[in-house]
Write a protein that binds this ligand. Sequence first.
Ligand code: UD1
Ligand code: PEP
Length: 434
Amino acid sequence: MASFVIEGGHRLSGEIHPQGAKNEVLQIICATLLTAEEVTVNNIPDILDVNNLIQLLREMGVTVAKKGIDSYSFKAENVDLAYLESDEFLKKCSSLRGSVMLIGPMVARFGKALISKPGGDKIGRRRLDTHFVGIQNLGADFRYDEERGIYEITADRLQGSYMLLDEASVTGTANIVMAAVLAKGTTTIYNAACEPYVQQLCRLLNRMGAKISGIASNLLTIEGVEELHGTQHTVLPDMIEVGSFIGMAAMTKSEITIKNVSYENLGIIPESFRRLGIKLEQRGDDIYVPAQETYQIESFIDGSIMTIADATWPGLTPDLLSVMLVVATQAKGSVLIHQKMFESRLFFVDKLIDMGAQIILCDPHRAVVIGHNHGFKLRGARLTSPDIRAGIALLIAAMSAEGTSTISNIEQIDRGYQNIEGRLNAIGARITRI
Ligand SMILES: CC(=O)N[C@H]1[C@@H](OP(=O)(O)OP(=O)(O)OC[C@H]2O[C@@H](n3ccc(=O)[nH]c3=O)[C@H](O)[C@@H]2O)O[C@H](CO)[C@@H](O)[C@@H]1O
Ligand SMILES: C=C(OP(=O)(O)O)C(=O)O
């Protein structure tokens, strides 16, 4: 298990480029299974979750070629269906949340998919009902093999249908869309998730020959087609990384420019940081964050304490609440952070309390943060990263703290952030990997 040693108290300065979006690329790579032709994908981040998924596709028989520093082509001409039944394949799926999105393309194109319980962050219950019910609505049979702990989904030819999802699941919507594009007839998905990740997937599929309308809304209509073709796709910048950098700049009183952020696809993220009092400017497609000695959390118009809560898109993504919580510890004022979607994502606040932050964990979903207004610095500490976003939040805390901190289990951070210490050290951080 690797660790980061972080010398706190150094300001950052300069430009930083966000990587390609992890949660988009996981969908896009799975979608390449829907055609026997070549699909080239650009701006792929070099991170653990993505590299593991690419390797999984290789082992499934997909021809994967590295075309450039961040470009790969995928040609799923000969997929080894027998390998998909092997314990080795199933074990690998279980360490990767993104693997759940192999189901839709596999059932649609090959009539069969097997999958073990997918991995990913341990941040509370993460049910898959929406995925399975949706694919069942398209006519697939679904069986859970309790002994092997695997799901087996089979279908002859999927049949389009109307469905109202019980929740706007991001990966669930992606899975159902990927299954429906090759189904017979028309599928309508109401209460579909519409994060930029899903929008980008739908745009890719349309370029491959699919007929999807309603993109960016929660009502998708998909007219099934006989087959899909090869194309090219460029992944958007990672909006969670962009938000993480905004928070990092504020906490360390740094002046930075985040380059080529695809501002129009950031939704409510910039405004949510502004509500914490952080100044930021859109400059073309960059975000400029000036050095700020202090930032004051807004109140609601009636004067009551601000709540920052997650919601399905176009609401605030839950993946940035851990960062916003950390940033609030040095703000002027108080805020209630309400993580509605996940049950175990706020427990890392205990570590921040050890570092000197003033936080009351009200229950597993809600924490009140009383900011220090930079009057009292967090203390360096020995920390461990419980999940990817708590990991980056703790890194931000350590970068702003007095003294040296150690964060262990940084594989969690590596799942989603490319060469994070190299990129941050280039603009002034002092982070060593040991
Ligand atoms: C690989 C990937 O893309 N992971 C993202 C994806 O996970 P994933 O697709 O697994 O998450 P889901 O959208 O299915 O749901 C996330 C959680 O929110 C709950 N829920 C969801 C929708 C809803 O309307 N109400 C509700 O309560 C679910 O029960 C679940 O506990 O979306 C999550 C929610 O944005 C993000 O945190 C993850 O980073
Ligand atoms: C929860 C996340 O990832 P995953 O869904 O892959 O666990 C995340 O990206 O914040």
